[in-house]
Design a protein around this ligand. Structure first.
Ligand code: ZN
Length: 317
């Protein structure tokens, strides 16, 4: 098995009107570094892609990119480069990226050219998230690649914002990480989601469980499905009674809290994700929380209730 640390550079339309809805982000470079099972760097890949949809660089992208339009003209078409990349990757690989976007945009570009899809479900390591957990004990912190490189005192000998170099820096960060619990820290890519119950994905991790549902026509239909609204313990899978029932935390998420007599307080979170044709699918996670977090959620729910009540009173007067 090999790890493929992949990084992409992409471009987008310079105007909203000029955007192709099937390809909002056009890949202009694929960079990658290969590591073996013992995390030794064994090979590097880098190729420039000649853009077909957006030939001019979007100004903000142009500003940070290590090269310009003239250099892009030396590139080759996406499908040619991607086939070469796939061959270079070989079989039995796991993708690793800095953040969750690269695999989404890669698959979007593959779909644009009607290419064969990646495997499903697609497991990968989001090294930015793993770094944040190990360094700051906070998965929501998302440090830039430059920041992590400087924090780890990795020597900077090539410019950032060139996919080949960024992949190499990311691979060096990966080498310096704690690999003990790595096998448990994979993410699942949501670009291709389950379309029927048989394809639904349930993955149990040491500290949380994740469930990726089939599609539903409406949120209401999803919330009425037992598979969605039942709260189970992330450790023993026992059905739990709720201390706080599902409530809308914001426009896209619902939260609830239950208690397992063996494993304590469990927080359930539902995120609605857009699917094709206006449908939705659900990503549900369950994880243990402490008393402090429970009280925070309770006061959040009360605040939201108060706000709604105030709004109603305002409307009456
Ligand atoms: Zn339990």
């Amino acid at each position: 098995m090999n790890y493929i640390v992949m990084d992409l550079e992409w471009n987008q339309s310079t105007s909203a009107l000029g955007e192709n809805p099937r390809l909002p982000f056009e890949i202009i470079e694929i960079g990658a570094t290969k590591l073996d099972q013992k995390f030794n760097i064994t090979d590097q890949f880098g190729a420039i892609i000649k853009p077909r949809v957006y030939r001019r660089l979007q100004p903000k992208i142009k500003e940070i990119l290590a090269y310009d339009e003239t250099y892009l003209k030396t590139g080759r078409p996406f499908d040619v480069v991607y086939r070469e990349f796939k061959k270079w990757c070989g079989e039995d690989i796991v993708f690793c990226t800095w953040g969750p976007l690269d695999l989404t945009y890669l698959q979007q570009n593959m779909d644009f050219y009607y290419m064969k899809q990646l495997s499903f479900p697609l497991k990968f390591y989001n090294l930015q998230e793993i770094y944040a957990i190990q360094k700051y004990d906070d998965r929501k912190q998302t440090p830039s690649l430059e920041k992590a490189v400087s924090e780890l005192e990795i020597e900077i000998n090539a410019p950032f914002h060139c996919a080949k170099n960024d992949a190499y820096y990311t691979a060096m960060i990966f080498q310096k990480m704690d690999h003990k619990r790595l096998a448990d820290m994979y993410s699942i890519d949501y670009y291709h989601y389950p379309t029927c119950a048989e394809e639904e994905i349930f993955s149990q991790h040491q500290n949380y469980c994740e469930f990726i549902s089939r599609t539903y026509e409406t949120r209401k239909e999803a919330l009425e499905d037992k598979n969605i609204n039942l709260l189970r313990c992330n450790k023993c899978n026992k059905k739990l009674s709720k201390k706080i029932k599902w409530f809308s935390n914001n426009s896209n998420t619902q939260i609830c809290v239950g208690r397992c007599w063996n494993h304590g307080l469990v927080c359930g979170k539902i995120r609605f994700k857009p699917a094709r044709d206006g449908e939705i699918f659900v990503v549900k996670t369950t994880e243990n929380i402490d008393k402090k977090e429970y009280l925070r959620i309770q006061s959040r729910q009360n605040d939201l209730r108060m706000k709604r009540r105030e709004k109603r009173i305002h409307r009456k007067h």
